[in-house]
Design a protein around this ligand. Sequence first.
Ligand SMILES: Cc1cc2nc3c(=O)[nH]c(=O)nc-3n(C[C@H](O)[C@H](O)[C@H](O)COP(=O)(O)OP(=O)(O)OC[C@H]3O[C@@H](n4cnc5c(N)ncnc54)[C@H](O)[C@@H]3O)c2cc1C
Length: 410
Amino acid sequence: MNEHKAPISFENTQTAFAYKSSEQLKKAHFLFSSMGKPWLVNLGLKVTPYAIKWHLPFTKTVIRSTIFQQFVGGETLEETAKVADKLEEYNVQVILDYGVEGKEGEENFEHARDEFKKVIDYAATQANIPFMSVKVTGFARFALLEKLDTAMNAAEGTLMKRYLHAVELLPPAEKEEWHRVRSRMLHVCEEAAAKNIGVLIDAEETWIQDPVDALTILMMDTFNKTKAVVFNTLQLYRHDRLQFLKDSYDAAAERNFILGSKLVRGAYMEKERERAAAMNYPSPIQPDKEACDNDYNAAVKFCIDHINKISVIVASHNESSNLFTTQLLDENSLPHNHPHVHFSQLYGMSDHITFNLAKAGFSVSKYLPFGPIKDVIPYLMRRAEENSSVAGQTGRELALIKKEMDRRNV
Ligand SMILES: Cc1cc2nc3c(=O)[nH]c(=O)nc-3n(C[C@H](O)[C@H](O)[C@H](O)COP(=O)(O)OP(=O)(O)OC[C@H]3O[C@@H](n4cnc5c(N)ncnc54)[C@H](O)[C@@H]3O)c2cc1C
């Protein structure tokens, strides 16, 4: 059989966990077992924010040696080096994420911009850090984004037309404020383009997403003329995103830039549904998981079908979506390390996918957040929630870890 066409398998736990010592494996086993107990996770989700706020003794120590160690690269940029070096030994790259969330105020926004710049400068000195990620809420006031989004939704026409109209409606002080947001974004993208680092703009809640999309597309129009520097994130748990991908592609073709698309399913499903129900508007979320999976794979296929003009990041822990992408590459005789195709999984999850993809020569990374413990709590809470069902992700992680522990006899 042609070596290139050999189907990839995610079963090999020796490859998946070669970078972990047996002690680390046992710790991961304990953590995922704990996260499989919904009552414990629910208690943790309720208590932790207060424990941090009130500086309760041992809180940070416990978090640092458990969930933080599993999912976060360190408290500082420098601390991530150890993890990145380890991953490099296995041809796994890194997407650095300054994981501080939910801090408002101009001073914090300016600080975040400087931190993003530091991340870019640091990444440029490292061989295996091709990307960094950015949350626009890290340097823009949530309520301002929400106001723009509401105005955009009330308007007619293309995304860009609605965006320009919404900005025009802002009172002078907020127009100025928005101008500062755009400058921060521009500053980050300029630095990234100069240092050859890709900037991945995270997708967040639907009720702030339209201005984020518009701003990101404007940046792509400026910086993606010859290669993808800026990437937008599309959440395929939304029923409108496959069409949005096609519309974004049309805009890219018309304006002659390369569309950067990071494809995810989405991390805020419950919140989205609850808000839609509470405020009595139709849910933006797909009717069921199958519809979400179908659109995810259709989006991957659309990107591969237009691979000369789209640079895609398959950001998923779903085995069949990852497998499907590798099959599409093979069917289209595209090399495993095609410069427009990248895979990524969150650090601490789905090592069986990441390390087996890397071994088969695909371009793959771990998404590695860093930041002070108190500031990465929202990120950790999303990971705990995501991993709290024994039937889902946790069951799979646990089974794989157990298989490898058995293989090692530990
Ligand atoms: C590198 C990377 C970057 C990421 N960046 C972002 C980001 O910017 N923004 C963001 O929101 N998330 C982001 N995520 C998180 C991602 O959205 C979650 O990891 C994802 O939801 C889990 O989906 P999965 O593709 O791994 O597959 P699976 O485990 O197969 O799918 C689980 C997901 O499917 C969806 N789903 C489940 N049930 C239903 C249902 N009944 N109806 C509709 N949909 C359903 C939900 O999104 C759920 O999380 C990122 C993930 C990675 C790996």
